[in-house]
Each structure stands twice: as structure tokens, then as C-alpha cells.
Design a binder for this molecule. Structure first.
Ligand SMILES: O=C(O)c1cc(=O)[nH]c(=O)n1[C@@H]1O[C@H](COP(=O)(O)O)[C@@H](O)[C@H]1O
Length: 223
């Protein structure tokens, strides 16, 4: 099974289905995030799930423990393969999210968004390196008993060393000649896997390509 989850980031249901169908033979799952979910909600997720690939529901939940737990409970009928919350919501929020999730769902915590660098972090009052921040939140997620974390390929080796049995999701992945866009901490798909990623999240390098099917196949061939 391919470690690639293609990020279907569009509010257009027909386009989402077309992208999923075009790339399905070359990816291991579909990642549906805020853009898609805000437009189509659970009904949209169910439609995409009919394609038959595992669904990664990336809602990056972040609120007080009770609110997140109730939101996770409300989603549990979808039983996504993977669901995201923000690690910075704190230990109780992470514990309650895991307790509320379907037993079939891996709950993973976003540590430091791949669109941020150390200076963005400093602007929020957190000093130190991206790696130090990722490791701090990796420990928190591990202690809370959830399944894994989301981090960039630049920190995944250190995070896996700290949590060898964790599930590591790496977005911000770009082929060597890829357009970087709003991402700041990027690595190639091969480098991310070599460093210990469990799965790769790849959006625009596939979905914005002239031929998404060929782009997914070409990236898969580098793994
Ligand atoms: O949780 C995520 O998937 C995520 C976390 C993160 O730190 N950075 C990040 O880019 N993502 C998601 O990964 C995808 C990356 O898309 P591309 O930059 O187009 O490959 C988007 O759907 C983001 O929402």
C-alpha cells in the first residue's frame, strides 16, 4: 500500500471526486481537510469514502477538552482512519479526543505547522528551534496516549527516536523540483520516508499538476 495520502483540498465536490478517482491507483488514502469539510461536511466525506480508500479527516481540532471530545464523538460515525487535533490543546484535550474517537481511528496531533519557521514560533512567544518545539509536543502526545503526531520531514527522525512506535504523518512534502508555496519546512518524499515518516501527505504537487494521475505515479516511483 502506498504511504501517500493525497490532500484533496477543494470546495468543489465534483473536482474532489475526479481527483480522487484519477489518483486512486497510486495513493494509499485520501486526506480531506477544512476546505472540503466546510463546504460538504459529513455527507461529502461519506461520498468520497465510497471510492474505497482510507479517509484521513484533517480537521485540526483545537478547543477546550469537552468541546473537542463532543466534536470527535459527533464524527465517530464516519470512523475515519486518521483524525487530527492540535497538540497545543494540551494533555486533557488529547486524552479526551482519543477516548471519544472510534476505535478504528488513529488520533494524531499536529505539533508545529509546516508553514511555520522558528521566527513565526518566536512571534507566538515560543523561543527555540522547530525541532525543540516538535519534540516537546511529541512527548505530550505520547504521554496522552494518542496514536501519533504530524510534523515536518525535518524533525521526524528525532520525533521517531523519542517515540519509536508512534505513527508519524509528514506533510510539507515536495519533489526536488516542486513549487514550495506557503510551506516553510519541506523535504522530498524519499527523505521523509527515510527519516521515519509513516505516511506522507501530498497535495498541490499532485492536485495542481496538469496530469494528477501521472504526478502521483511519478512521486510514487521515487519512494
Ligand atoms: O495536518 C496536516 O495534514 C498538515 C499539517 C501541517 O503542518 N502542514 C500541512 O500542510 N498539513 C496539510 O497538508 C496538506 C499539504 O498540502 P500541499 O502543501 O498542497 O502538499 C494540506 O492539506 C495541509 O492542510
Amino acid at each position: 500500500m502506498s504511504p501517500i495520502f493525497v490532500a484533496i483540498d477543494t470546495p468543489d465536490l465534483a473536482r474532489a471526486k475526479a481527483l480522487a478517482n484519477r489518483t486512486r491507483a497510486h495513493v494509499g488514502g485520501l486526506k480531506l481537510g477544512l476546505e472540503f469539510f466546510c463546504a460538504h461536511g459529513q455527507a461529502g466525506v461519506r461520498e468520497l469514502a465510497e471510492i474505497g480508500l482510507p479517509i484521513f479527516l484533517d480537521l485540526k481540532l483545537h478547543d477546550i477538552p469537552n468541546t473537542v471530545a463532543k466534536a470527535v464523538q459527533a464524527l465517530s460515525g464516519l470512523a475515519p482512519a486518521i483524525l487530527t487535533v492540535h497538540a497545543s490543546g494540551g494533555r486533557a484535550m488529547l486524552e479526551d479526543a482519543k477516548a471519544a474517537a472510534s476505535p478504528h481511528t488513529k488520533v494524531v496531533a499536529v505539533t508545529m505547522l509546516t508553514s511555520l519557521d522558528a521566527s513565526d514560533l518566536a512571534a507566538t512567544g515560543v523561543t527555540g528551534s522547530a525541532e525543540a518545539q516538535v519534540l516537546r509536543l511529541t512527548d505530550l502526545a505520547h504521554e496522552a496516549g494518542i496514536d501519533g503526531i504530524v510534523c515536518s520531514g525535518a524533525e521526524v527522525a528525532a520525533a521517531r527516536k523519542a517515540w519509536p512506535k508512534g505513527f508519524f504523518v509528514v506533510p510539507g512534502v515536495r519533489p526536488a523540483d516542486g513549487v514550495i508555496g506557503d510551506q516553510k519546512r519541506v523535504v522530498t518524499p524519499r527523505a521523509a520516508l527515510d527519516a521515519g515518516a509513516s505516511i506522507l501527505v501530498i497535495g498541490r504537487p499532485i492536485t495542481q499538476a496538469e496530469d494528477p494521475d501521472a504526478a502521483a505515479r511519478a512521486i510514487g516511483a521515487t519512494l
